[in-house]
Design a protein around this ligand. Sequence first.
Ligand code: GRG
Length: 292
Amino acid sequence: MTEMFEQYLVQIEESLEKSCPRPNSGSLTTPVEESMRYSLLLGGKRIRPVMVLAFCQLCGGDPQRALPFACAVEMVHTYSLIHDDLPCMDDDDLRRGKPTNHKVYGEAMALLAGDGLLTKAFETALAFEGPSADSVRGAKVLAQCAGASGMVGGQCIDLDSEGKEVDLPLLREMDEGKTVALISAACQMGCIAAGAGEEVLEKARHYAEGVGMAFQIRDDILDVLGDAQTLGKNVGMDSVRDKRNYVSLLGVEESQKLVDDFTAQAENALNDFSGDTSFLRDLARSLATREK
Ligand code: GRG
């Protein structure tokens, strides 16, 4: 798994670098372009773009061809982190082990960098060099998953829930939006890059559901047990902001059981694919016990 992950990672980093070239110094748009590059190229685990490439390969496509979709998903993810860290949202100063975007470039530029990355994501997805119907399908899935019925909607529930009692169904709805939606976009876009049909996308959504929920609940656990240096972001923030999560509702042990159940669900979903699913299976397992 690790070797394959590294191979995907090299392609993704190279492609991201090319997608946002270093701006000409002195150009009037340099500040926003630098601010976009800062957050996009800071690192991060890159699990979403890796999923795009892995699903493309699983469906018999050439992962290289899926790179525009992979970069597009990572751009949307990075924009969401920049905006999430703003003082009007979670007000954080540490991300990916470095000062958050607004701490370096100021709030207005961080807002613009997020806007720039979100827009660039669609320009990038639509540059997919395959049948144009598939570029459009990819961009549409990304839009649906990132928007108000997906990630932005989840963030809206998150903001509204601060300081309030939250039950498990609401927590689930919030996490489906905040976290599962973009992971689902990644898995589906990988299939689309390989020219797969709707029935395959349905199976990819089942995997994403399991991995995405497990990923978020593990995130809740790490917010309590994790180490800021390893995670590259501050810990204990949900309790500081008086936000409910799986750990505050169920405790660490029960939450980890749920992580394992959702991971098993993701693995089961892979049984419906005919290709080699070992990479995506190992990825799901490694995310269930991740420390960062
Ligand atoms: C529209 C103003 C405006 C803001 C949108 C939608 C949004 C802001 C924020 C939601 C994004 C969010 C913080 C979701 C939580 C998902 C999560 C666990 C993110 C961390 O992902 P990792 O661990 O991060 O993959 P790295 O840094 O490794 O890429």
